[in-house]
Design a protein around this ligand. Sequence first.
Ligand code: PA5
Length: 448
Amino acid sequence: MIKIDYTNVMAETIGERDGILREELLSFRHFIVDIHSKIQKEKEKKFFFTKLPYQDTYEIEEYASYIRKEFDYFVLIGIGGSSLGAQMLFESLTWLNHNHFDFPKFYVLDNVDPEKFEAVMERIEIEKTCFNVVTKSGSTVETIANFAIVLDILKQTIGKDYKKHLVFTTDPEKGFLRAFGNEHGIKMFDIPPKVGGRFSVLSAVGLLPAAVVGIKIDQLLKGAKKMDLICSIEEHVEHNPAYLIAVLHYLANMRRGKNIAVMMPYAQRLTAFVDWWRQLWAESLGKDGLGQTPVKALGTVDQHSQIQLYRDGPRDKIITFIQVENFERDLKIPENIPEEISYLKGHTLSEILNKELLGTKAALIKSKIPNLTITLDEINPYNIGMLIYMYELATGFSGYLYKIDPFDQPAVEEGKNFTYALMGREGFQQKLEEFKELYKEKYKLEIQ
Ligand code: PA5
């Protein structure tokens, strides 16, 4: 179960300068009906991610149980939309110490940081490792570079059976990885062509790793289906969670100057959820000079680091808190404690955590900072499935509000192309010339 409390975003609570008037929210009614019907028509096209909850997961489950039997380590090689979703599912839905006590242990090779690569290699045993290479385009530099090294290590260590240690998740037809997989007979899963990286977590991109580490992916999809059902029938902004999130953020941004969207869960396990959302919000909506900068925070830790700024700094933020009612494990402050701190006696840590959240919210209301709270009764696959779908749809819906295409990322492609040119990739010579023209190191300071 999830609840969304947006009382503290409303003008009734924090005033008209920073808060949204109910009339403003409701004035979007006709606009929403129009966007709603467009989305329903686009479900087989640009909004194809909405179809993912209904897929047949038999092959994924079967292969995941084979991996669980055969391997002790599962390493995902991928970046951006091809890794953040799996990382989020792993961190949110397995115990925090999974990699200390459980198998298969899960690691991600996303960056091309040589020290990170070596650190992951130090933790695994190649003979007992399955590598899942995930790339939609099949050619992302980071992924292909990490894969190239792993491939060599596998060939050297395992010999001709190296193929058994690889599983690819990629476009069904295009790209280097698909061609390599076909040529060498490597097990492959498809990324539906109409689903972009950051909307792909509920495809094999996220589901295979999730199933491998023991997450109930049927529950995850059940939650997503539930959210799809609600959002498909509800056109009223106050009854449709995804549209509500989208419109509140849009109004806060465009009419109240809230250029920054903070997400601050009060649960350690949800920090990777924020990383996943941050990419979704930023890469989808940051276009044509528009969009909100998503910022990651964690309660209560960032109360002691960021709240000063959020309350008293520039009035440019809307904050989403995520609260968890019941934690998988909890602890009570003992009765037998010094008199001076006796006010804590008998309270649980989760109770303190959630009281601190309440205190923070009250302080923010006092400073008239818009904030909304999403409460989960517990962190489980069903609730996370609902949240994933809700934010994906809110992002797609926001594209219509901002009048931008939320499914492309032209500004990212530019940097990728310069990198190809710098690495000497064929066909990018002209890009290299453009780079030389653009990039100068004229003003520099060097300190020995
Ligand atoms: O959301 C996106 O499309 C991007 O973040 C991609 O996922 C990222 O650039 C990795 O691309 P690929 O999956 O092609 O390796």
